[in-house]
Design a binder for this molecule. Structure first.
Ligand SMILES: *Cc1c(COP(=O)(O)O)cnc(C)c1O
Length: 393
């Protein structure tokens, strides 16, 4: 039989190298040496989904009407629950028929929205450091990412005035993400208003990723992009039940806002997927209707962990960004280290897994990211281990 070379498509071959492969390799070696690993690399809640949500799923999974194809846009009852939640949480009203679209996790919508809106060669404005799905989704659609650096000096907000005029003119879409992964920075309503003005002036569609809107501390509730005047005319906001309700494995999220963007994204979805299992949507309704009761407990656990880790890291001399939302600790690497060498140092000397900042884009060089998805005893131990080995390269 004649063999021929099996070649993946260029869009796959040109994906950025999987930076975490090197870390996985180091982790395996450390485990083989008998090291006790503290994994502060994963951005996936370690706590279980709250019991009432699981119980609703148990009941609904036996209902035969859920065993058939769901509608791609989501059950009307789920979209109504979203609209009610949105009104209560942000004071923004949404038409549950046209301004809410159910997603198979927000990553699904974020990855697909460039297919819906971006033509080959169009520019997409992408924050760096940032969630890798923004540039990758852009590339899959044939778009070209223009990276907007998020820096400490700018409080990790993109400097819109620094975007060159020809880039702004050619830009079709902009991704933003607050509370931010990986820096945990937040954005206020007045920043969102400036984004709306920029979008209107340059006719740019705004896609705001609000996956962490409900993970906040000290009572400082993050704003929605849609709270800014005129936001619905220029963009959409992506939400997720994953981080809010410890439901990363369930795959459910939603997009809200501009009807034309949602209709186009819906067309992509109706051709590529067939929506979210209805029993999961029923469980999602229970989650959204639970009020603050379920999330309050989750928040206070993260807040305790944050206090342990941030206080500890500062005490031993690390420079750490403030953390009022999301669950990421953004740490400046000590003198003499790079992101990669500090990550390797911590793993080899202490068994602590972290993520090098440059894994989120070039502007993340000089930082590492730790997560709060581990219990506070282990976080305290992580601090002790680092203190013991010191911070000298
Ligand atoms: C976790 C995460 C998401 C999405 O998660 P889903 O489980 O797909 O809803 C989206 N954006 C950012 C920045 C994230 O960290």
């Amino acid at each position: 039989m004649a063999e021929f070379p099996i070649e993946p498509a260029d869009r796959i071959k040109t994906l950025p190298p999987y930076l975490f492969a090197a870390i996985d390799e180091m982790k395996k070696k450390a485990i083989a040496r008998g090291m006790d690993i503290i994994n502060l690399g994963i951005g996936d809640p370690d706590l279980p989904t709250p019991a009432p949500i699981v119980e609703r799923m148990r009941q609904e999974v036996g209902n035969p009407k859920h065993h058939q194809y769901p509608s791609y846009e989501g059950m009307l009852t789920f979209r109504q629950a979203v609209a009610t939640w949105y009104q209560r949480r942000f004071g923004v009203s949404l038409d549950d028929g046209t301004e809410v679209l159910t997603l198979i996790g927000s990553k699904e919508g974020i990855g697909h929205v460039p297919l819906a809106m971006v033509n080959s060669g169009d520019i997409v404005l992408v924050p760096t450091p940032g969630y890798p799905v923004y540039p990758v989704g852009t590339g899959f659609a044939g778009g070209v990412s223009y990276m907007m650096p998020l820096t400490k000096a700018n409080h990790y907000l993109p400097d819109l005035a620094a975007i060159p005029a020809d880039v702004a003119r050619k830009a079709k879409l902009m991704f933003l993400n607050y509370p931010n992964n990986p820096t945990s920075a937040t954005a206020g309503k007045e920043f969102f208003k400036r984004v709306v003005d920029f979008a209107q002036e340059h006719r740019v569609i705004v896609c705001h990723d609000a996956a962490y809107s409900e993970i906040y501390y000290d009572g400082r509730r993050p704003a929605s992009f849609l709270e800014a005047d005129g936001a619905k005319e220029v963009g959409v906001e992506f939400h997720s039940l994953s981080k809010t309700f410890n439901m990363t494995g369930w795959r459910i999220g939603f997009a809200v806002g501009n009807t034309q963007v949602l209709a186009a994204l819906g067309k992509v979805k109706s051709n590529l997927d067939s929506g979210v299992f209805q029993a999961v949507q029923e469980a999602g309704i229970t989650a959204l209707q639970s009020g603050e009761a379920l999330v309050d407990g989750i928040r206070s656990i993260y807040q305790e962990r944050r206090d342990v880790l941030l206080t500890g890291l500062k005490r031993i001399g690390l420079e750490v960004e403030p953390l009022h939302a999301a669950f990421y600790v953004w740490i400046t690497v000590p003198k003499g280290f790079t992101s990669a060498s500090f990550t390797a140092y911590l793993l080899e000397k202490t068994g602590i897994v972290t993520t090098p900042g440059n894994g989120f884009g070039d502007a993340g060089e000089g930082y590492i990211r730790m997560t709060l998805c581990t219990n506070k005893e282990r976080l305290a131990e992580a601090v002790e281990r680092i203190e013991k080995v010191g911070l000298n390269a």
